[in-house]
Each structure stands twice: as C-alpha cells, then as structure tokens.
Ligand binder design. Structure first.
Ligand SMILES: NC(=O)c1ccc[n+]([C@@H]2O[C@H](COP(=O)([O-])OP(=O)(O)OC[C@H]3O[C@@H](n4cnc5c(N)ncnc54)[C@H](O)[C@@H]3O)[C@@H](O)[C@H]2O)c1
Length: 285
C-alpha cells in the first residue's frame, strides 16, 4: 500500500518536502491555513516538476502519476488521516509549533511519526508539549529541498530508537542523505555557517577585506561552489542575521554575537537578492 506523508505548511520548505515525497512514490497531503497558500505551494511543485518534463528528465505519465498522489488541504484532521509521518514546516515560532504539535498529538495514533523542520528550536522542547515525545523528531531539510541532499535528523531526549530508524529510512526513500544529530543549538550545519557568516561580516565591517575578495578566496581556495556573502544574499540577510542571533541567544557564546554590520544592513533594507541589494547589487529585471 502507498504510504502517506502529510506536510503542515505549504511555504518554501513545506512544498519542497511535499515534492520530494511525492517524487519518491508517496501519497502526499500538503496543508496550510488558507486555500490560496495551499494552491501556491501546489503550483510551485507543479511548476518545478513540469520543468523536468520539458527538459526530458521526467515522463509526462510519471508526472501525471505524481500529481494524482498529491493533494492540498486546509483541514488538518482530514489531511493527517492515514499518514505514516507528519512533517511540520510552519513559521519558526515556538508558540505556533506548540499549538500544532498538541493538535497532531491528539489527532494521530501513536505509531505516526511527528517531525519538525525547525532550524533553531529544540526538538526536546517541542516534544515536551506532547503526551508522546518518543515519536517526535527533527528533520531539518535544506533549501531548495529538491536540490539539497542533506537532512539533519535530530533526536530529542525522548525520541525512541524506532522513531529515529523509521525517520532515517523515510528520508532515504525521499532521496536524501540523513545524518543523525544531537539536539544542540544549530545542529551541525548552522553551528558552522553562523560563525562563518559572522566572521565574513566582521571582516568587511573592519575593512579587513571585501565581499568580493572573501567570496573569491573561498571559491578558489576551498572549492566552495558559492562565496560566503553570495550565500547570505541568496538566503536573505535577515534570515542569516536571525539565525546568528538565535545561536547567540541559545549558546550565550560571544563567538556568535551578531556582527553590527547585519543590524546596519537590516536598517538599510539591504536584505540580499529579494530586495535587490545585500552585499551585492542585483538587477531587478
Ligand atoms: N527557508 C529555509 O531556508 C529553511 C531551511 C531550513 C529550515 N527552515 C524552517 O522550516 C520552517 C518553514 O520555513 P519556510 O521558509 O518554509 O517558511 P514559509 O514562510 O515559506 O512557510 C511557512 C508556511 O506555514 C504556513 N502556516 C503558518 N501557520 C500554519 C498553521 N497553523 N497550519 C498550517 N500552515 C501554517 C504559512 O501560511 C506559510 O505558508 C521554519 O521552521 C524554518 O525555520 C527554513
């Protein structure tokens, strides 16, 4: 029988997770609060998969099959019925995630895995709002989900071995490479990236180097596919600054204290590609 995955939140990450699950042969239900948000998420998936058909990377019949397994919903109770796993990908706010996990805990039988795509919140604290913390786990995907191979699988204090093993297996079926991580601030990737982003901003603020030279150095000297500040501009200066601030708050470590350059860039609305300027200027056409 085709297994079902329900994704809560049809934004950037939720629609990406829904896409990889439907491509992997699962039945997928994508949930958001408003029908227009659901439709936007579904449209993004159709657009992405449609391009694969245009490029000859996917057969039209395979696309039709995928789309027949993909549905959108605003009613969480109906959408989670029969799911093997529910993946939450709503805004990064603890109170909102708390409300959703309590609801999912009440709706889903105990064998259903409840996963959060949180980037900064503790999985143990999310699990603690439920009566069944053993089936709560973190699955931290990276953007854009269809292209990025890693999933950090985060075990909370009470996550059972069975939950962790089934989650790893599901992530592999989605075509991803899971790495099991402890529930520590920043998991693995953001622990490093936040330090690197911050150091780049500090170097620029002090006049030690320029964005261009830092990026060239990392691309030519370390074989990074993109430069540090190019990545920040792509992800969003605000998104990266918030992640660094969150790391600082969670660890209390001075090394994560956000560079003052970020506050200045936020005040100047230099948020990266999305506002046409960050560390670089972008042609809006
Ligand atoms: N964007 C990234 O690069 C990235 C990477 C890794 C992890 N994350 C994490 O993934 C999560 C989602 O991030 P995103 O960038 O996709 O956000 P987003 O803003 O693109 O999407 C969030 C969606 O959740 C929906 N939502 C809000 N409340 C809801 C509710 N009660 N029920 C159903 N849907 C609801 C919103 O309408 C919105 O469509 C966050 O926890 C974020 O920290 C983001």
């Amino acid at each position: 029988m085709t297994q079902k995955i329900t994704v809560i939140g049809a934004g950037t990450m939720g629609s990406g997770i829904a896409q990889v699950a439907v491509e992997a042969g699962f039945q997928v239900s994508l949930v958001d609060t408003d029908r227009s948000f659901v439709d936007r998420g579904l449209a993004n998936i159709r657009k992405f998969l449609g391009k694969k058909v245009e490029k000859g990377k996917l057969a039209q019949t395979a696309l039709d099959d995928m789309l027949s397994r993909l549905t959108g919903a605003t009613d969480t109770a109906a959408a989670v019925a029969g799911a093997a796993m529910v993946v939450e990908a709503v805004f990064e706010k603890f109170e909102l995630k708390k409300e959703i996990f309590q609801k999912l805990d009440a709706l889903c039988p105990p064998e259903v895995i409840l996963a959060s795509n949180t980037s900064t919140l503790s999985i143990s604290s999310i699990a603690a709002v439920t009566k069944t913390p053993g089936r709560v786990i973190g699955t931290h995907y990276f953007s854009p989900v269809p292209a990025m191979r890693l999933v950090e699988v985060i075990r909370g204090k009470e996550t059972t071995d069975a939950t962790a093993e089934r989650t790893v297996e599901l992530c592999r079926k989605f075509g991803k490479t899971p790495i099991v991580v402890k529930d520590i601030p920043g998991f693995i990737v953001n622990r490093f990236l936040c330090l690197i982003y911050n150091e780049a901003a500090d170097m620029i603020a002090r006049g030690d180097s320029t964005a261009q030279d830092i990026d060239q150095a990392m691309k030519l000297g370390c074989n990074w596919p993109m430069g540090i500040t190019e990545i920040i501009d792509l992800a969003g200066v605000d998104v990266c600054a918030n992640a660094i601030e969150a790391m600082y708050q969670m660890t209390g470590e001075e090394r994560y204290k956000p560079s003052p350059l970020f506050a200045k860039m936020l005040a100047d609305k230099k948020l990266g590609r999305k506002t046409g300027e960050g560390f670089y200027k972008y042609d809006s056409k």
